[in-house]
Ligand binder design. Structure first.
Ligand SMILES: Nc1nc2c(ncn2[C@@H]2O[C@H](COP(=O)(O)OP(=O)(O)OP(=O)(O)O)[C@@H](O)[C@H]2O)c(=O)[nH]1
Ligand SMILES: [Mg+2]
Ligand SMILES: [Zn+2]
Length: 366
């Protein structure tokens, strides 16, 4: 079912209507939607009895799409409701009024695209991250390391999916390069259009597990989701012939519960993924370099031409590539810079807030 189809807006309904009256079919149990003990323990017995539990499954022009045990409904955005993102869990009153957002166990965010330095939320309460790349001009090790850093920072298990093996002359060479990014990293070649091939993903699609698909446009995120769902819920579209780039077909994030369990999150293709405040995630992604750096003669070694540099030694012997060292240095610098700019911006916002309050107060006094 396409998001929003057949659902009614809460604001369209007469006040006092019971929630049961608002919903259309499409019924899933709470565990099928990803509900678990972590959320249950945030509720009192009274809350459990009197409120309806809902998960954010989509967002569109001023409305949040929610899935409950009984079906779907729309919640209009309002300034009194906190910022929510796909994957969030919340409580609703019987009439559909917002009560409270539940604490998240994981949160994916990045620096918003463009020159503005603000944080953009991507998704909440994600268990596994499928980092999707096709085996063509889209394939880029530096970019994969960005996605891996994001996953590690959020404590989410990453899996690299390399798509379009059927259109590639040497899939093994791509697989080998991706596998070299980490000894424990799961890397799979998968044809998004073939049921047999997509079956490899079943271990991550078990009941209650929420899996986010991230990657550039045209790599096959929506195609993978359609094959897993067994229908064409998500629109897909061919890539440009000259450079394999996609056409940004998916424009909204949406959650798709599988009948067999598991919840899939489709996302629009990302043009860029800039990290912010991801030091731990970057260090985990580059644990080989971090480990070697601890053996350098100087504790502030920059791994350029210092004597006794264990990282340079590893580059000479071929254990680490120059590319990987550059990628590590770049990501560390980028996340620190974005973090500092964000902190400055927040401080400026706070100062501005204080100024506004003082003006209002002095006007009141007058
Ligand atoms: N041959 C082949 N084609 C694929 C494969 N995966 C995806 N495609 C095709 O690639 C095109 C783009 O696929 P989509 O699923 O729309 O890509 P997407 O990642 O969702 O793209 P956006 O929504 O723009 O982010 C479609 O024409 C798919 O049929 C694959 O493994 N093999
Ligand atoms: Mg898509
Ligand atoms: Zn060094």
């Amino acid at each position: 079912m396409a998001l929003g189809d057949g659902t009614k807006s809460v604001s369209d309904t007469a006040a006092g209507l019971k929630m049961e009256n608002l919903y259309m079919a499409e019924v899933y149990s709470l565990p099928q939607l990803g509900w678990r003990h972590y959320f249950q323990q945030q509720l009192t017995m009274e809350e459990l009895e009197s409120y309806t539990i809902a998960r954010v499954v989509g967002q569109e022009r001023g409305e949040v799409q929610l899935q409950t045990r009984l079906g779907r409904l729309l919640l209009p955005h309002s300034p009194s409701i906190p910022a929510m993102i796909v994957g969030d869990w919340l409580l609703l009153e019987t009439e559909g009024r917002f009560v409270r957002l539940l604490e998240r166990f994981s949160l994916l965010s990045r620096k918003a695209a463009g020159s503005r330095v603000t944080t953009q939320l991507i998704a909440a309460n994600i268990d596994s991250l499928f980092i999707v790349s096709s085996m063509n001009q889209d394939f880029n090790l530096n970019r994969l390391e960005r996605y891996l850093s994001l996953a590690h920072e959020s404590g989410i298990e990453p899996v690299i999916l390399l798509t379009k093996p059927d259109l590639c002359e040497d899939p093994q060479s791509y697989l080998k390069q991706a596998e070299a990014l980490g000894p424990l990293l799961q890397t799979l070649a998968v044809n998004s259009l073939e049921v047999d091939s997509v079956q490899q993903l079943e271990p991550w699609c078990s009941t209650g597990n929420t899996v986010a698909f991230l990657g550039s446009s045209g790599v096959g995120k929506s195609s993978l989701i359609n094959t897993l769902l067994g229908n064409q819920q998500q629109h897909t579209q061919g890539v440009r012939n000259d450079d394999d780039k996609g056409r940004h077909t998916t424009t909204n994030r949406s959650l798709h519960p599988l009948a067999s369990g598991g919840v899939l999150l489709d996302t629009p293709g990302m043009r860029e993924l800039q990290l912010t405040d991801c030091e731990d995630g970057v260090e985990e992604t580059f644990s080989d370099i971090v480990g070697l750096a601890s053996c350098c003669r100087f504790s502030d070694c920059r791994h350029q031409s210092e004597p006794g540099c264990a990282v340079r030694e590893a580059i000479t012997t071929g254990t680490v590539t120059e590319r990987r060292l550059k990628s590590y240095t770049k990501l560390m610098r980028e996340q620190a810079l974005n973090k500092a700019t964000l902190a400055e911006k927040r401080a400026a916002d706070r100062k501005f807030g204080r100024y506004i309050r003082s003006v209002i107060n002095s006007k009141r006094r007058e």
